[in-house]
Design a binder for this molecule. Structure first.
Ligand SMILES: Nc1ncnc2c1ncn2[C@@H]1O[C@H](COP(=O)(O)OP(=O)(O)OP(=O)(O)O)[C@@H](O)[C@H]1O
Length: 694
């Protein structure tokens, strides 16, 4: 095996499969040097193994000696002959090794072919290449170690599938050879686990949506994902969703999530990831779950914005095999913190909260996304067709936009300049008004009054109205849930303080699809569980009570720092406002909105920033066409902040107040109720599986 052979095979993308054979122990002491005793217990930490192997060189009609060394960095293969001037060392990085297998020769011919080899110093006959042999039977007592690797190559960025086979036949006893192969296998596994900090005891939870994308989720999993999981020796629990909200309920109600699973992998589109995220946020132990349970995505959907953003983040290839590359990322055992955005919106005076990871859209792109659904049958072309249509009949929306600039330290100067400057004034001919928020900073008492007013409105609703029906965790919990609901109802009548709290912190979540009502389990827990708060109530001022309860509540529910949607935003707090007509306001917090839409190139997974792209009315159609056409290359945004029509600002929070009631709003590409909406970034709140993380 030479480096030149390796590279030529890599260039064609084919697996290179040399079989190298260790020299029998005792025949050449120098050639066999395990740096740790092979009889060493496998429970002890193993650091390095080293052996001399032989590979037949047909061209030269001789065997090449290769030293194979296994260490924490990976597997070094060093050719020991001096006659060849080719590069004579190769490192297969431990991060590129997905796993290994050991045993007798694989019955099935190994991918890429299994080349036979001759050990000049051994009297062991060669096995027949095409003749499968049972373990330890026949003439050959060799044990084999199959090392599966996907080498990362730049220019073009790709992963090259590589199989290295080590053949152990130092002893005439198969069991002895097998033990050696097992030791190598075990050591590789130890190094990988050590690298990822994973104990290897828990399994992955895989949630698969069989209906996502073109509806071939199950097939794609069997053909592309399962074989890799086998190579990686990954233990997993596969849950196939049977209906919308299945995944959300599964992760919300599973009591042993942290005990059983090392991570959750969503084999689906962005829609199912949304479900999982929101299900986790509904849990009482959301904080711990977010911290300890990394989430991964294998793109089987149609948009796949998150999968592409994760690949972009860790400089991993995506096309042409997105499923393979994402699976490799999910078994790499590393994770990176990722921002989550808390979105609050209202519908008929009620407020709802949802957690988003991709985008919030108002105007052009949201319209194209949702309205083109009727052309779904024609595939991705639907976006282009509908974009043309919408350019011809261009719409603009009146409303008010507020935003609070984010901290862009360490970001590119372009991003900085775009956030530090005030929005440029559009030309006078445009019907756009810019106005500073003039309302005085809101006092705490005002907040309380407003909350009380809304609370009393809300208390007039029947507490057991179906809109606020709680979902029990499972059958066992049904009785407890019923009892809880009764207590909630009682508390709602004689303890309006709890509801004042809830309103003030805007924790309502309810939606026809998947959001949960204000009287959800967590809210209920707060209402009935705040013993200490209630017992001190008579002696504390209302403001103090709210502050204390907020602190306690913040532990149970991820609350933001923004005032509730019903309250004004104080300009003194750094809020900038703009009132006028907009063609679009689209907020993104990952680089890609879909695998072919490089919408926020400066975005990072955990930069704590929302990229707000504002397009004001008056923008010319050619400029807009150019914007839409350049979105897939990420060159659609103006280079400076001087464009009066298209602007990008990096913010930490924003609010949109549309004037009318006709229009489309989307969150993570799904339509939500039209009306006021606000969002706030929670930096690095969850962890996503990556290849370059911790
Ligand atoms: N078994 C199922 N049958 C029908 N719908 C399901 C099922 N499982 C999940 N769903 C719903 O399907 C919706 C869309 O799924 P998903 O996001 O996986 O695919 P997609 O829409 O094709 O991809 P993308 O969101 O990337 O465009 C999810 O919101 C989920 O609620």
């Amino acid at each position: 095996m030479t480096a030149s052979t390796t590279s030529s095979n890599q260039a064609t993308g084919k697996a290179t499969v040399p079989t190298v054979v260790p020299q029998p122990i005792g025949k050449d002491m120098e050639s066999t040097q395990a740096t740790q005793s092979e009889s060493q217990s496998q429970d002890q930490p193993l650091q390095e193994l080293s052996e001399i192997f032989f590979v037949e060189n047909n061209r030269r009609k001789q065997s090449i000696r290769i030293q194979v060394k296994l260490c924490p960095e990976g597997v070094y293969l060093r050719r020991q002959t001096e006659q060849d001037d080719h590069i004579n060392e190769q490192l297969i990085r431990i991060d590129d090794i997905i796993g290994s297998r050991y045993g007798s020769r694989l019955k099935k011919r190994a991918r890429g072919g299994l080349s036979s080899c001759k050990n000049p110093n051994a009297n062991v006959p060669e096995p027949e290449d095409e003749q499968p042999q049972a373990a330890g039977t026949g003439k050959d007592n060799s044990a084999f170690l199959y090392i599966y690797a996907y080498l990362k190559k730049e220019k073009p960025l790709r992963r090259v599938q590589t199989l290295r086979i080590l053949r152990f036949r130092s002893s005439n006893d198969f069991a002895e050879n097998l033990r050696t192969a097992e030791l190598w296998h075990h050591t590789i596994r130890q190094h990988k686990l050590q690298r990822s900090g994973n104990s290897g005891e828990k399994q992955l939870l895989i949630l698969l949506n069989p209906k996502s994308g073109s509806g071939k989720g199950r097939e794609l999993f069997q053909k592309q994902v399962a074989p890799l999981l086998r190579e990686a020796e990954a233990q997993y629990d596969l849950q196939i969703t049977t209906h919308p909200n299945y995944a959300q309920e599964f992760v919300r109600t599973n009591k042993n999530l942290l005990e059983r699973y090392s991570g959750i992998v969503v084999a689906s589109g962005d829609g199912l990831f949304y479900e999982v995220l929101n299900g986790l946020m509904e849990r009482m132990d959301w904080r711990r779950v977010c911290r300890e349970l990394p989430l991964g995505i294998i793109p089987c959907g149609s948009g796949n914005g998150l999968a592409k953003s994760v690949a972009h983040h860790c400089n991993e290839p995506y096309e042409p095999k997105p499923i393979l590359h994402a699976t490799l990322t999910c078994v790499a055992g590393k994770s990176t913190p990722m921002d989550v955005v808390r979105v609050e919106l209202s519908r008929r005076d009620k407020h709802y909260v949802m957690y988003s990871f991709l985008s919030v859209g108002w105007g052009l792109i949201a319209d194209i996304d949702i309205e083109s659904e009727r052309l779904r049958s024609i595939g991705a072309q639907r976006f282009t067709l509908w974009a043309i249509r919408r350019l011809i009949t261009l719409r603009s929306y009146k409303g008010k936009l507020y935003y609070k600039l984010g901290k862009t330290e360490g970001k590119s100067t372009e991003a900085k300049s775009s956030t530090e400057a005030e929005p440029p004034a559009p030309p006078k001919t445009q019907n756009v008004e810019l106005r500073e928020e003039t309302s005085a900073p809101i006092t705490q008492q005002q907040q309380i009054d407003e909350s009380n007013r809304l609370a009393s409105q809300r208390l007039s609703l029947p507490i057991n109205s179906p809109e606020f029906k709680d979902i029990p965790d499972d059958d066992d919990d049904a009785a407890t849930a019923a009892a809880d609901n009764e207590t909630i109802a009682r508390n709602a009548v004689d303890d309006e303080f709890s509801d004042v709290m809830s309103l003030n912190r805007s924790i309502y979540r309810q939606h026809a699809d998947s959001w949960h009502s204000a009287v959800s389990r967590r809210t209920a827990y707060y209402s009935v569980g705040g013993q200490s708060t209630r017992s001190n109530r008579s002696r504390l001022s209302v403001a103090q009570k709210i502050e204390d309860a907020n602190a306690e509540f913040a532990e149970l529910v991820p609350t933001g720092t923004m005032p509730g949607l019903q309250l004004p935003l104080p300009s003194a707090d750094g809020w900038i406002s703009e009132e006028g007509e907009f063609v679009m306001v689209h907020a993104a917090y990952t680089t890609h909105l879909a695998s072919d839409c490089f919408f926020a190139p400066d975005s990072r997974l955990n930069d704590g920033l929302i990229y707000l792209v504002i397009i004001r009315a008056g923008v010319g159609r050619p400029q807009l066409l150019n914007f839409l056409l350049s979105m897939n290359s990420g060159t659609h945004l103006p280079e400076t902040n001087n464009d009066p029509y298209i602007q990008v600002v990096a913010v930490e929070a924003f609010r949109i107040e549309p004037s009318g009631n006709q229009g489309i709003l989307t969150v993570d590409g799904e339509r939500v109720d039209y009306g006021p909406i606000q969002a706030e970034v929670f930096p690095g709140m969850i962890k996503v599986m990556t290849t370059n993380g911790e």
